[in-house]
Design a protein around this ligand. Structure first.
Ligand code: CA
Length: 736
C-alpha cells in the first residue's frame, strides 16, 4: 500500500455528509457584560463606513474588513513585530471556544473590540486586549442543517459596518446585530427555496449602505446567486443569479439571456447548475463595483449539464456588477465549461501597480484551477495567467483568446485518470496575502490530485438521476476508491506549500513544503513577516523575503483560518483561530504527516500573541485512539461490500474514508459498545440531530444501516489487528 494512498483517497470521497460528533458543541456560557470603555469612548457609538474602510491605512491597528481593507490584500502596515524581534513573540491570551469543529473565521478588530464567528455561525465580541467576553450571539442553526454543509458547519466571519455586526447563518439567514449589545436588529431569509440544500459559510461584505451575501451548495444541486440588502433595514436591493434557470420561465435579469446560450442540450436547471458564490465578494470603490467569485458547475461533469458543449456562463467566473444596481459590468471566466469543480470563489485582492510599464488597477485571484489571474478591474482584460502549482488539465492560458488550452489527454469521459489540481484546488478558500511592493502573493497552495471517472449510471444510460438528499457530481466514487486502493502507486504526490509567487512573471520566489496538504490562510506584514498556521499544529512566522522560519509556536491543533494582526494602545498583536476540518473532514489518518487534530483532538481556540507574551496553553492531552475489541457478526464479502458502498455514499464524507476519521468528527472505529447498541437509532431517528447528525431515514433502511455497522466493525477489527501486530496490512476493502 503506497504511503500516500490515504491522502489520495481523501481527495476522492466527496459524498454525503453524515455527522456524528465526538461530543456536543458546547457554546461557552455567554457572559453578558457592559461594553468596555474603549468601545464607547467619548460616548460615540461604533461607526464604520465606506470612508473609514477606504482610509484603513490611517488606523493600521484596526482590522476593519474581511481582508483588512476593501483591497483585501491582507498586508498589514504594522511593523512593531518584525524580523528582529519576532523571536520574543509569545501568547498574550487565548479563548477556548468549546468546539471541536473547523474554525475558518477572519476576526474583525475595530475600536479595540474583536468580532469573530465560530462553528454553527455563532458570533463573539471580545476585548481585543484581554479576550474578555463582551457579548456572544447564537443564531441557533437547526442541528440537522449540518447534513447539507459539504465541508462542515463552518463560518468565515462577520462584517462590521455602521453600528452593526452582520453574520450569515449556516441555514441561510442574514442577521444584523447591534454592535454594542449583540442584540439582533433584523434578520432576513436569503434562500429562494428552503427545500434546496443551500448553506451560508462565507463572510458578508458591506459597502455603499448595503450588505452582500451569497451561499454554497453546488454539490447538492442548487443554483448560485448573490443578494444585496439594505444595511439599515434588511430590505432586498438586488439579486444576481450566476447561472440561468429553467429557460421556459422568464429570466430574472438580462445577463441570463446571454448566459443561457452557452448551456446546450441538457436540463441543467434540474440539478441547479451550480455557480454558487460561497466565499469571495469584493467591493471596489475605484469603480463602484462588486466582484463575485463564482463556483463550480452542478453536477461537476459538463457533459451532463450541457451535452451540446458551451462555456456554461457564469460558472467559475469573476463577475463585476454595479454595487448599486447589481447590473453586470464585465465578467471573466477562468474555466469555461467547468468539468472539475474548479471554483473561482477564492479570495480576490485589488491593487494598483505597473504592468508592462503602465499603471493599472488590477484584480488578483488564484482560483482552484491552478492559474494565477491578473485582470484589469476597469474592463476585466486578462493581463496574466501563470500556473502557480502542478496543472495537468490545461497546458496554458492563451493570452490572445483569454481561454485555457485544455490538455486533450485529460478527457476522463473516455479515460478515467488522475487530474491536477483535484477538487481541493491548487488553492482553496484559505486566504492569500499580497505584497504589492514586492510584486508577490504569499499563497497557501497544494498539489492534491483526484482520480476522475464518469458515473456508471451515465455510462450506462447517458444521464443521471438527481439524488434529492445527496451529492450530485456525475462521478463514480466506488470505481475511484477501488482504483486508488489497487493502483495507489500511480498517484501523483500530495503536498502542501506556502509559496511566494510573482504573479506578473510567474516566478516562484521561494516555497516552503508542508508534509500535509491542508494548511491555513496567510497574512504578510510591513515587519517583513508572513504568518501561517499549518496542519501539524505549528503557527509560524516566515521571513517574507526568503521563507526562512523565524518563529514557531506549537498550537496543539491544526489550523485553517487566516491570522490577522492589530494593535491596542500601540502594542501589536497577532491572532489566529485553531481547529481544522472543512473539506478535509474525510481525511483519515494521513501518514506520513498526521495532523495535530488527530493527536490532541481538534481544539477550537482563539490564540492571540504579542511580544513578550507569557501565557501558556494547558498541556495537551493525547487522544486515546485505541480501537476496542469488536463484536463481529458473520458476514459475507458481498454483504461487507454492500456496507462499504453505503458507508462511502452516506458516512465517509464526515467520518472519513475507510472509517478513519481525520480528527474532527467521531471515529466510528473507537466508539464503545454502548454506542454501537444505539447505532441504528442514531442513524435513523436523529438522536444526535442537535450536533449535526440528522436522521438518514430519508435515504437508508434499517437493513442498510445494519450493513454499514457491520462494515464499520470489520474495518475497526482489521485496523485493531494491525495495530496489535497480529497482521501486517489491514484489509481495507470488500468491494468487488
Ligand atoms: Ca465545489
Amino acid at each position: 500500500m503506497g504511503k500516500y494512498v490515504l491522502l489520495a483517497v481523501v481527495a476522492v470521497v466527496f459524498i454525503l455528509a453524515a455527522v456524528w460528533m465526538r461530543d456536543a458543541p458546547m457554546a461557552p456560557a455567554p457572559v453578558m457584560k457592559s461594553v468596555p470603555a474603549a468601545a464607547v469612548s467619548s460616548g460615540t457609538p461604533l461607526w464604520v463606513d465606506d470612508d473609514r474602510i477606504r482610509d484603513a491605512d490611517s488606523e493600521p491597528g484596526s482590522w476593519l474588513a474581511h481582508g483588512r481593507t476593501y483591497d483585501e490584500q491582507r498586508f498589514s502596515p504594522l511593523a512593531g513585530i518584525n524580523r528582529d524581534n519576532v523571536a520574543s513573540l509569545g501568547l498574550a491570551w487565548f479563548l477556548d471556544l468549546g468546539t471541536n469543529r473547523a474554525q475558518e473565521a477572519t476576526p474583525i478588530v475595530v475600536n479595540d473590540v474583536m468580532y469573530f464567528t465560530t462553528s454553527w455561525s455563532r458570533v463573539y465580541a471580545v476585548d481585543a486586549m484581554t479576550g474578555e467576553n463582551i457579548w456572544s450571539y447564537d443564531p441557533k442553526v437547526p442541528g440537522e442543517w449540518a447534513r447539507w454543509a459539504c465541508c462542515d458547519l463552518v463560518n468565515r466571519g462577520v462584517a462590521v459596518y455602521q453600528n452593526r455586526v452582520y453574520v450569515g447563518s449556516l441555514d441561510g439567514r442574514l442577521i444584523a446585530l447591534d454592535a454594542a449589545s449583540g442584540e439582533p436588529v433584523w434578520e432576513v431569509d436569503t434562500l429562494i427555496d428552503r427545500n434546496l440544500h443551500y448553506t451560508i459559510t462565507g463572510a458578508p461584505r458591506a459597502a455603499k449602505g448595503k450588505v452582500f451575501i451569497g451561499n454554497g451548495g453546488a454539490e447538492y444541486g442548487v443554483r448560485g446567486y448573490v443578494t444585496a440588502y439594505d444595511a439599515a433595514t434588511g430590505e432586498q436591493v438586488w439579486r444576481f443569479f450566476t447561472v440561468p434557470g429553467d429557460p421556459s420561465l422568464p429570466f430574472e435579469h438580462p445577463e441570463l439571456e446571454m448566459a443561457v446560450k452557452t448551456w446546450k442540450g441538457g436540463e441543467w436547471w434540474k440539478f441547479g447548475g451550480g455557480g454558487t458564490v460561497w466565499n469571495a465578494i469584493v467591493y471596489d470603490p475605484d469603480f463602484d463595483q462588486v466582484y463575485l467569485g463564482v463556483g463550480n458547475g452542478s453536477p461537476w461533469t459538463r457533459v451532463i449539464r450541457s451535452p451540446g458543449g458551451g462555456d456554461n456562463l457564469f460558472l467559475a467566473s469573476i463577475i463585476a456588477v454595479d454595487a448599486d444596481t447589481g447590473k453586470m459590468n464585465w465578467f471573466y471566466q477562468t474555466t469555461p465549461g467547468d468539468n472539475w469543480d474548479y471554483t473561482a470563489t477564492q479570495d480576490m485582492a485589488l491593487a494598483e501597480m505597473a504592468v508592462d510599464g503602465r499603471l493599472r488597477k488590477v484584480l488578483l485571484q488564484a482560483p482552484k484551477n491552478g492559474f494565477f489571474y491578473v485582470l484589469d478591474r476597469m474592463d476585466g482584460e486578462l493581463l496574466r495567467a501563470h500556473p502557480f502549482a502542478t496543472v495537468t488539465w490545461a497546458t496554458h492560458v492563451d493570452m490572445d483568446t483569454g481561454r485555457p488550452v485544455e490538455n486533450p489527454a485529460n478527457n476522463y469521459l473516455e479515460n478515467p485518470q488522475w487530474v491536477l489540481p483535484g477538487p481541493f484546488g491548487a488553492h482553496n478558500w484559505q486566504a492569500m496575502a499580497v505584497d504589492v511592493a514586492a510584486g508577490v502573493a504569499y499563497l497557501p497552495a497544494h498539489d492534491v490530485p483526484f482520480f476522475f471517472s464518469m458515473a456508471q449510471e451515465w455510462l450506462d444510460t447517458g444521464e443521471i438521476t438527481k439524488k434529492p438528499s445527496g451529492w450530485n457530481l456525475g462521478l463514480n466514487f466506488d470505481e475511484l476508491s477501488q482504483t486508488l486502493l489497487v493502483n495507489a502507486d500511480t498517484q501523483p504526490a500530495t503536498l502542501g506549500y506556502l509559496k511566494a509567487f510573482d504573479f506578473l512573471t510567474g516566478e516562484e520566489k521561494w516555497a516552503v513544503k508542508h508534509p500535509h496538504h491542508w494548511n491555513g490562510g496567510v497574512i504578510a506584514t510591513a515587519g517583513g513577516l508572513v504568518f501561517q498556521g499549518d496542519a501539524l499544529g505549528m503557527f509560524t512566522a516566515y521571513n517574507k523575503d526568503s521563507g526562512e522560519v523565524l518563529w514557531r509556536f506549537n498550537a496543539q491543533s491544526s489550523m485553517l483560518a487566516p491570522p490577522i494582526t492589530y494593535a491596542v494602545d500601540g502594542v501589536q498583536h497577532v491572532a489566529i483561530m485553531t481547529g481544522s476540518g472543512g473539506a478535509a473532514l474525510h481525511g483519515g489518518e494521513t501518514a506520513p504527516a498526521p495532523p495535530a487534530s488527530l493527536k490532541y483532538g481538534n481544539l477550537g481556540r482563539m490564540l492571540v500573541f504579542k511580544l513578550g507574551g507569557a501565557a501558556t496553553l494547558p498541556p495537551p492531552t493525547r487522544v486515546d485512539r485505541s480501537i476496542p475489541e469488536q463484536t463481529l457478526v458473520e458476514a459475507s464479502a458481498e454483504e461487507l461490500g454492500q456496507g462499504e458502498r453505503l458507508y462511502n455514499d452516506y458516512c465517509s464524507m464526515c467520518h472519513g474514508l475507510l472509517v478513519r476519521s481525520a480528527g474532527t468528527i467521531t471515529d466510528l472505529r473507537v466508539i464503545a459498545e454502548e454506542r454501537h447498541a444505539i447505532f441504528s437509532q442514531a442513524v435513523l431517528t436523529g438522536l444526535y440531530a442537535d450536533q449535526g447528525m440528522a436522521s438518514f431515514a430519508d435515504s437508508l433502511t434499517e437493513d442498510e444501516v445494519a450493513k454499514i455497522q457491520t462494515y464499520v466493525r470489520y474495518r475497526a477489527h482489521e485496523d485493531r489487528e494491525a495495530a496489535l501486530g497480529n497482521r501486517e496490512e489491514p484489509r481495507l476493502t470488500w468491494l468487488d
